[in-house]
Design a protein around this ligand. Structure first.
Ligand code: ATP
Ligand code: MG
Length: 421
């Protein structure tokens, strides 16, 4: 019988890879908590309606990519394709707009989209997500992008670009939508089927299209950035000014419209040229109207999401994996020595010394091979003779030297050796 395989596009993260993930998570917690963000953990499934309303009916995510299903009661649910809508729901549900109103959240976890799996694109993937509620000031837009750049750097990734744009407010967008629609109609019917449809339902989405022919037809399209109102212009100018004062490098890219309907004003993306067409590492923006659209109070908000698989791919391309090695390997010969080694190993671990050991009474040769492969700096060797003399051999794998030590205070000795380094 064939063995059951994982679902296509949903990957195991194996112990060999976990170091990358833990490193990214550690950096994320450090940086974000420094900026006042608190962790929140929302459910992996929500009512389908939340995403349909929150992300927008005519977006790619809702139209094509959602894992939606009716549960046993016939209720329509979906695996979350992103985190923003869920966090907004939680904010409203728990009445968090009450004093002090300003809240900063982050979430790390799996997201689900039914896309064609390829390098850097999966059906279960992971995001780092950050959201701020209750601030209209352009200071926070700049601070968020500054923090994102800092985080990418702290994770250990270089050579990425921060692209920023403004999408204006609902009013400027209304005017621009008609200007763009007129342009698209004037261009004729050379667009792909999706774009022909978008032209009618949601013209701005044409900029998301990855079909080359559409890209060419759009080259001289009118730009939203040239049609924004005075207030939106002032906000954008202030954001750029703060970014400069913070020393955060950016490029204005009027082509960034983002795949979600809810964005207003500031939008941004962090991109790399090292992952082929999966070039976006993360992105986000302001979504001042979303809270109200979801039945909540009128609270301005902004956020970003960063894809962790793409971060891991970049890290792997940039450097050799930082191998996680135990500090000690406990080798033993004979049943009695094996028993003592087992008990002593737990004491070492209890004192914070990472220790591996042999559990099965294998030959010394095979234990030494395993010790070598594990990358442990020290190997403790305990045979029946050593045990009788209450001694143990300590081999330093780096210097290739060996010492005989009293067994009684081996834990203290190793702790002292540890601090000599
Ligand atoms: P793309 O244009 O690559 O499809 P997106 O605009 O759909 O990205 P967002 O919804 O903004 O992506 O999500 C933020 C980040 O999450 C992306 O920049 C990317 O790093 C990551 N991401 C999105 N979809 C996937 C996926 N299917 N597999 C892996 N990572 C993903
Ligand atoms: Mg996408």
């Amino acid at each position: 019988m064939d063995a059951v395989q994982a679902i296509r596009g949903m990957n195991d993260i194996l112990p060999e890879q976990i170091g990358w993930w833990q490193g990214i998570e550690r950096a994320t917690r450090e940086v974000l908590e420094n900026f006042g963000y608190c962790e929140i953990r929302t459910p992996i499934a929500e009512k389908l309606e939340l995403f349909a309303r929150g992300i927008g009916e005519s977006t790619d995510i809702v139209e094509k990519e959602m894992y939606a299903f009716a549960d046993r009661n016939g209720d329509w649910l979906a695996l979350r394709p992103e985190a923003t809508a869920s966090i907004v729901r939680a904010y409203i549900q728990h009445g968090m707009q009450a004093d002090p109103g300003l809240r900063k959240f982050y979430q790390i976890g799996p997201m689900f989209r039914h896309e064609r799996p390829q390098k850097g694109r999966y059906r279960q993937f992971h995001q780092i997500d950050a959201e701020v509620f209750g601030l209209e000031s352009p200071k926070i837009d700049a601070e968020m992008m500054h923090m994102l750049s800092l985080l990418v750097e702290r994770i250990g990734i270089s050579g990425v670009a921060l692209n920023i744009n403004t999408l204006g407010c609902a009013q400027c967008r209304q005017i621009y939508r008609q200007i763009l629609k007129d342009f698209l109609v004037a261009k004729g019917d050379g667009f792909c089927g999706d774009c022909m449809r978008r032209r009618e339902t949601n013209p701005l989405r044409v900029f998301d299209c990855k079909v080359e022919g559409c890209g060419q037809l759009l080259q001289d399209a009118p730009r939203l950035i040239d049609h924004i109102c005075d207030d939106c212009r002032a906000h954008f100018d202030a954001v750029k000014d703060y970014l400069e004062k913070l020393g955060t490098r950016y490029t204005v890219n009027p082509g960034i419209v983002r795949g979600l309907d809810y964005y207003v004003r500031t939008t941004f993306e962090v991109i790399t040229d090292k992952l082929g067409s999966q070039s976006a590492i993360g992105g986000g923006g302001r979504y001042d109207g979303l809270m109200r659209d979801l039945g909540g109070p009128d609270v301005p908000a902004l956020g970003f999401a960063m894809g962790m698989e793409r971060l891991v791919l970049l890290l792997q391309q940039e450097k050799e994996m930082a191998h996680r090695a135990p500090r000690c390997f406990f080798a033993s010969l004979g049943d009695k020595a094996g028993e003592s080694a087992f008990l002593l190993a737990q004491q070492l671990r209890g004192q914070g010394i990472e220790t591996e050991l042999d559990y099965e009474g294998r030959s010394l040769k095979s234990q030494m091979r395993r010790a070598d492969k594990s990358g442990a700096r020290y190997v403790l060797i305990l045979g029946e003779d050593e045990l009788a003399r209450r001694e143990v051999q300590l081999r330093d794998m780096l210097t290739k030297t060996q010492r005989i030590l009293p067994l009684e205070n081996i834990v203290e000795t190793l702790l002292a050796t540890d601090s000599e380094q």
